[in-house]
Design a protein around this ligand. Structure first.
Ligand SMILES: NC(=O)c1ccc[n+]([C@@H]2O[C@H](COP(=O)([O-])OP(=O)(O)OC[C@H]3O[C@@H](n4cnc5c(N)ncnc54)[C@H](O)[C@@H]3O)[C@@H](O)[C@H]2O)c1
Length: 266
């Protein structure tokens, strides 16, 4: 292994990336950070205005980006994103699969359509972007995929059984692909707990947010850069020997409940 500085290991200047759902929230955070670290970025986003906002932010800070506006659930959009990224930047070396989502519902009330919609958006989309990207990575010097999972995919997820199952699928898919595609393509996942984004802002009041923040051992809610930094680590050569892993980004929340079951010292 040739000795490299930490700065070189975190350098994405020869590593064009594709980030799905990069118009807002966690996806936007990932696109901005990868661009800051030197990556040329393909912003895949269904909303033209937010896609252009991310591209403009990257342009304004001296980076390079373009948008593919479309529905990431369509395989044709993944093919188009890969083709355009190769045409413009010569390769795809990083993929961040960020598109996914849910609507809260009791399991009794989830219809066939509601179930299929969440599995398609969250799990199918992740799979077909991985499948379309990996051969290009393999033939172009290797690459790294980071899938955005969720703590909902690690433990059971009340009122989001469809989402929890889809994210558990993303975690398992990450492990399978990591083994099939080693050593050329590393595949890892990041599992955030509640992160304050445009998507989650609509779901709750300030009062509810304060209540959740008080439960987080780190004493605050997560923000998109908290997730983006974990993604950048896994996508970078700092993580050259890490594959098939899911990195939880939750300020300690997953294990907080142990407090309730642990005898406290006098
Ligand atoms: N925010 C959280 O608390 C949290 C926690 C755990 C996991 N996650 C996961 O992180 C990811 C991003 O969440 P977020 O809160 O940043 O969401 P968000 O709603 O703030 O942003 C999602 C972005 O993706 C775009 N998008 C959605 N569907 C699309 C599609 N079919 N095609 C193209 N673009 C599409 C949206 O327009 C939006 O710009 C999701 O996979 C989510 O499940 C979020």
């Amino acid at each position: 292994m040739s000795p490299q500085s930490a700065t070189q290991l975190l350098d994405f200047s020869e590593k064009p990336s594709i980030v799905t759902g990069a118009g807002s929230g966690i996806g936007r955070g990932c696109a901005l950070l990868l661009a800051e670290l030197g990556s040329s970025v393909c912003v895949v986003e269904r909303e033209a205005d937010t896609a252009e906002r991310t591209v403009a932010s990257i342009d304004a800070s001296g980076g390079e980006a373009f948008a593919v506006v479309g529905d990431a659930r369509e395989t044709s959009v993944a093919k188009d994103a890969v083709k355009q990224t190769v045409d413009r930047f010569g390769a795809v070396r990083v993929l961040v699969n960020n598109v996914g989502g849910m609507f809260p519902a009791a399991a009794d009330d989830i219809s066939d359509n509601g179930w299929s919609a969440i599995i398609r958006l969250t799990l199918d989309t992740t799979f077909h972007f991985c499948r379309e990207t990996a051969p290009i990575m393999r033939s172009g010097g290797g690459g790294a995929i980071v899938n955005i999972a969720s703590v909902a995919g690690i433990g059971g997820s009340p009122f989001s059984a469809h989402y929890g199952a889809a994210k558990a699928g993303v975690i398992n898919l990450t492990q399978s692909l990591a083994i099939e595609w080693a050593p050329d393509v590393r595949v890892n996942a990041v599992a955030p707990d509640f992160i304050r984004t445009e998507g989650t802002d609509g779901l709750m009041s300030d009062e509810q947010r304060k209540r959740i923040a008080a439960l987080v051992p780190m004493g605050r809610l997560g923000e998109p850069p908290d997730v983006a930094r974990a993604v950048a680590f896994l996508a970078s050569e700092l993580a050259a020997f890490v594959t098939g892993q899911t990195l939880v980004v939750d300020g300690g929340s997953l294990y907080r409940s142990r407090l309730d079951f642990t005898p406290t010292p006098d």
